[in-house]
Design a protein around this ligand. Structure first.
Ligand SMILES: [Cu+2]
Length: 142
């Protein structure tokens, strides 16, 4: 192999490597972005109906609500467990839970679960939110 051919081959290999790196970082960025988007807009979670006909669902409160949307059957009672997964020193207005349609306004102590009973509802949506009306979640009755 001539020196020139060798140099050309090396150049090509280097170019391919650079291309590969670029493609790789693009892929990482894409998956990262997709994860971020899916993480923020958490998917609706369906409440689970027990043998007693009571539906239950758990919401983790940590700078917002996860899941942010709960789906439940209309006409059946629903028990929601709100677990606040935050450190005591973190001042967050989600320390208060408000569900206007149910006249619920309760504190959520850290690392504790509060059970909120919601009476059977007709099809439609009700909202739950923080004490300052900034963080929101909803229950969709179907
Ligand atoms: Cu708030």
């Amino acid at each position: 192999m001539t020196r020139r051919a060798k140099a050309l081959q090396l150049k090509r290999a280097r170019m391919m490597l650079r291309c590969g790196l670029l493609l790789g970082s693009c892929l990482i960025l894409l998956t990262g972005g997709a994860l971020l988007v899916s993480g923020c807009a958490s998917k609706p979670v369906a409440a689970v109906e027990g043998p007693d006909g009571v539906q239950t669902a758990k919401v983790v409160v940590r700078h917002g609500y996860n899941p942010g949307t709960i789906e439940a059957k209309a006409g059946k009672p629903l028990k929601l467990e709100f677990y606040r997964d935050e450190e005591p020193e973190v001042e967050s207005c989600d320390k208060d839970l408000v569900i206007p349609s149910e006249s619920v306004s309760i504190p959520l102590p850290v690392h504790e679960s509060q059970i909120v009973e919601i009476k059977p509802h007709a099809a439609g949506e009700i909202e739950f939110k923080c004490g300052m009306n900034m963080m929101k979640g909803k229950i969709i009755f179907k």
